[in-house]
Design a protein. Structure first.
Lengths: 181, 445, 318
């Protein structure tokens, strides 16, 4: 099989999130605090960490939610089986708020498109921003992130593996090169 | 009085060489040559000992069996009125393909065979079209309605071989009693479909664990056995002669056993499907397995097999019931009841009863021919001087039911798709060749 | 899961997965916009041979909330009344290229039979007296939300079990989830052999106090005319669930519609112990879960013919 190259270690992840949190506070200094909504699976724990960081910087509670976007995917009818759906939790009103969608990796943009559509079925946010831990390029839709932890140029065939301690025991971004044999 | 009718066939002259000849009733169980001359069994001898006459067909019988032809006292030929399901030609072809040399047709047709006019036209049709001799039962009650008797004497004089309201039971004990009394005048067996409609209701399968799971209304065994007991008692009381059709339940077997022990003139039949299939087989709701009476449990099946073995049940009867595709290609509860059976009777019973050792071959072939006794016909025999009523069978041949189509016009065979052993290669009925299996080549020896 | 024909075909795992999916759809139903675009462009045809506004509208709403298109085909006033066979009707409907057929029929095995005639997904909305799988699923969903896991719980199903497809499906579903089921009713209305499904049989309510859940079945007036029970009065006296029989720790269910004063007394039907309204509400989300499980996934007969490599597409669609 192929090999893996770690491009961001635990310390790098922490610093990237910290920088994103500061940028969020800078860009949202006026009015109501923004809300954070993480996209399953790994966007959710990342959003949770950002909630604490941004909350500390602002000195107030920042609303947090998470979304499973399976129902909004555009590839439902081409998958072999009905994908299992995880719980979504969005208990606060998003009308008139700035909502920051959080995901681990930004790639084609389709997941974010689905997340925005899902979000709009919950209400009408005044603004939607996007925060991602890594941007690996190869966009297929006109989606651009507002906050990026690390830019990662990759080849299409490479796999980007994000690991978060809440789910995988370790914080790390690694690139897997497909094996040649 | 002639009671069997068929189209004339040229009397056969055939020499069968070196076959296993088996006819327990005649005490025949040997290997040998058998010569049929002009439709009559002329000689039986050691293998290779007989000379073929100049005009004889020669048949290689080595590795094959010759049995006395089978007789089915219970088939539905669907004529008049339902020729889209079967007619006298296709029905008798199916019979011959199964080794049968005579069959008895039931009167639940459209119109019902309850008058000499209808019986007469049937008789004439058989004389033109039937490939094996056919006897016709007439109805006990006009229109099978269960009220009043048909003109039983006239019907007997017109050739009716017996009487039955089959398809339906004779619900009124009073009516059956009258028929039994009248029987003393007109003769002819009363064949009885035993079912209490107030117990069978809208049932579509055996009432038991399987029907409980499927939620299908069930037909309890007592629907049949109570009527068997009742009618046997009536027959005993009136000194009449009855034949219990298509028995399916152990309780019915006990009732027949008791009646015979008490000296009642009662005979009974069982079908190949009741001897080989059970209600568990119906779980998939295959409508080819929907019959009346229904397939019951393994306990019932075992009792039927035992009764065939001992003779409490006298004969095999197929209750051959052809149905059109649209009558079976519907939800189970709506489907017509019945299965075809003539072409598969021997093979199904040989494969599922004889091969596993549940019944010996001699008993099987004896019971397949014994239907003749029920309707007062001479039993086919392998004996010099007898008309040639026999079938040549390859016991080793394996075949898949339905693969090559059916002789019957209908396809609703409960054994469809199954691999069976035992193939009828040729059937002689009333002295003529009624059937040759397609791939079976006849050469000059 | 290409078809949903019966509870019998499902194992415990599949039932629990359906329950999880239904919970997700319950979340959707709690939002203001109760729709998701998942089945957009799919066509669901409701073929109802028995009059049923409840179940049919429940399926219709479920399909619409998944953004699917719906076509309703009722027996009365249609070609069916003119004698068209079920097989021909299915062939005609096939020309609309449905993705799913939801079928309710008065005949046992109708849905299974239809599934042999067509590659379209078939959902059994009730086949005669055989099964009503989506009813059992919504009953399980409602019950587990109220009392948690069913393992070891005692559930009594009271009434006309003989004619009840709901009873059959529920006996199977509750048993598969570990509950102990007892059926109770007049001896004439309990099918002999029903214990083969794994339940106990009682003919009186003496031990009803030991039940955690009481599931009452409709008692139809026809049964009185058909000699199954002598009178409503006697049925009520022996089997009605009323305040005197319903213990405070017990939960009450009913598939609806309720014959007030017959199988249930009015006060008991309206009590907080009754889950009847919750059952109806559960109907839509459970049917959404069923439609989702059956239809989300590749189009085509077995839902399995897909381009190579879609399995690995999970992460790559980010």
């Amino acid at each position: 099989m192929g090999t893996e190259k770690v491009v961001l270690d635990a310390d790098g992840v922490r610093r990237a999130l910290m920088r994103i949190a500061h940028e969020i506070v800078e860009k949202n200094s006026q009015g109501e605090s923004p809300a954070l909504v993480g996209i399953h699976r790994r966007g959710a724990p990342l959003a949770s960490r950002l909630q604490r960081m941004v909350g500390d910087l602002l000195g107030e509670e920042v609303p947090l939610g998470d979304l499973d976007i399976t129902f909004y995917r555009d590839d439902v009818s081409t998958r072999p089986e009905a994908p299992i759906v995880n719980a979504s939790n969005l208990d606060f009103a998003i009308d008139g708020r700035t909502v920051i969608v959080v995901d681990d990796v930004l790639f084609t943009g389709r997941t974010v498109r689905a997340a925005i559509e899902a979000l709009f079925d919950y209400g009408r946010p005044s603004r939607v921003q996007l925060a991602v831990l890594a941007d690996r390029g190869h966009r297929e839709l006109p989606i651009r992130p507002d906050y990026v932890g690390k830019n990662l140029p990759t080849a299409r065939s490479e796999r980007v593996n994000v690991r978060v301690s809440e789910l995988d025991g370790i914080d790390q971004i690694a690139i897997a090169i497909p094996g040649r044999s | 009085m002639r009671r069997l009718f068929s189209a004339p066939t040229p009397p056969a002259t055939i020499l069968i060489r070196g076959a296993r000849l088996l006819d327990p009733r005649s005490g025949v169980d040997r290997e040998g040559d058998l010569l049929v001359r002009a439709g009559v069994i002329a000689e039986i001898g050691e293998t290779g000992s007989l000379e073929a006459p100049a005009d004889a067909e020669s048949v290689d019988g080595s590795g094959r069996h010759v049995f006395a032809g089978f007789v089915d006292p219970h088939v539905h030929l669907r004529v008049p009125g339902q020729e889209h399901k079967e007619d006298l030609h296709t029905g008798t072809r199916a019979a011959a393909a199964g080794g049968y040399c005579a069959v008895v047709g039931m009167p639940n047709t459209d119109p019902v065979v309850d008058s000499t006019a209808i019986l007469g036209s049937l008789r004439d049709a058989a004389l033109r079209e039937a490939r094996v001799p056919v006897g016709f039962m007439a109805a006990i009650s006009p229109g099978l309605a269960g009220h009043g008797l048909t003109e039983m004497v006239e019907l007997r004089e017109a050739g009716a071989i017996g009487f039955t309201d089959d398809g339906r039971p004779v619900v009124s004990a009073g009516l059956l009693r009258r028929a039994l009394q009248y029987q003393r005048l007109c003769g002819g067996v009363l064949a009885l479909h035993e079912e209490d409609p107030s117990l069978s209701g809208a049932g579509a399968m055996h009432e038991g664990a399987v029907s409980a799971l499927l939620g299908i209304a069930g037909i309890p065994s007592v629907s049949e056995s109570t009527m068997v007991a009742r009618d046997a008692a009536l027959a005993g009381h009136e000194g009449g002669r009855v034949h219990m059709q298509h028995l399916s339940a152990i309780e019915s077997v006990r009732a027949v056993e008791a009646a015979k022990a008490a000296g009642v003139a009662v005979t009974a039949e069982a079908s190949p499907h009741h001897l080989t299939l059970i209600d568990e087989d119906v779980r998939g709701l295959d409508t080819r397995l929907k019959m009346n009476p229904p397939l019951r449990t393994e306990v019932d099946r075992t009792a039927l097999i035992e009764a065939i073995r001992t003779g409490v049940i006298d004969c095999i009867a197929t209750d051959h019931a052809p149905h059109a595709r649209e009558d079976k290609d519907v939800p189970f509860e709506q489907a017509a009841m019945g299965t075809t059976g003539l072409e598969t009777a021997f093979a199904a019973l040989y494969t599922h009863l004889v091969l596993p050792g549940l019944l010996d071959l001699a008993t099987l072939v004896e019971r397949l021919a014994a239907g003749a006794l029920v309707v007062d016909l001479p039993v086919p025999a392998i004996s010099v001087g007898e008309p040639a009523n026999l079938c040549l069978v390859d016991l080793a041949a394996e075949w898949q039911v339905g693969e090559a189509g059916y002789e019957s016009r209908s396809e609703n065979c409960c054994f469809a798709g199954r691999q069976l052993r035992g193939r009828v290669l040729m059937t002689l009925a009333a002295g003529g060749v009624a059937y040759r299996e397609r791939a079976f080549a006849i050469g000059v020896a | 899961m290409h078809n949903l024909l019966s509870i019998e075909q499902l194992d415990r795992d599949q039932i629990e997965r359906l329950m999880d999916q239904a919970a997700r759809f319950a979340e959707v139903s709690d939002r203001e916009i109760k729709k998701v675009p998942t089945l957009r462009g799919r066509l669901v045809v409701n073929l109802f041979y028995e009059a049923s506004t409840r179940t049919r509208s429940s399926f219709e709403l479920a399909a619409k909330r998944l953004s699917a298109d719906v076509l309703n085909f009722a027996a009365s006033g249609s070609s069916v009344e003119k004698g068209e066979s079920l097989k021909d009707t299915i062939a005609t409907l096939g020309s609309y290229e449905p993705d799913a057929l939801v079928i309710r029929s008065p005949h046992v095995g109708a849905a299974a039979l239809v599934s042999t005639w067509t590659g379209v997904s078939v959902i059994n909305a009730g086949d005669g007296t055989h099964e009503h799988p989506t009813q059992a699923l919504l009953d399980v969903f409602t019950l587990t939300r109220r009392i948690g896991r069913l393992d070891g719980k005692s559930i009594w199903i009271v009434g006309d079990v003989l004619h009840s497809r709901v009873a059959r499906s529920n006996i199977l579903a509750f048993t598969k989830l570990g509950a102990r089921v007892t059926v109770c009713g007049p001896p004439t209305l309990i099918p002999p052999g029903i214990d083969a499904l794994g339940c106990e049989v009682r003919y009186d309510l003496r031990d009803l106090g030991g039940a955690d859940v009481i599931y009452a079945l409709r008692m139809q007036n026809e049964r009185m005319r058909e000699d199954y029970v002598p009178s409503v009065h006697e049925y009520v006296s022996c089997y009605q669930i009323n305040a005197g029989r319903l213990a405070s720790h017990q939960v009450l269910m009913h598939p609806g519609p309720v014959n007030r004063g017959v199988e249930l007394s009015s006060d008991v039907a309206d009590s907080p112990q009754a889950l009847i309204t919750a059952q109806v509400q559960a109907g839509v989300v459970v049917r959404m879960a069923v439609l989702y499980m059956v239809l989300a996934g590749a189009r085509g007969p077995a839902g399995g013919a897909t381009a190579a490599g879609t399995a690995s597409a999970t992460a790559q669609l980010a």
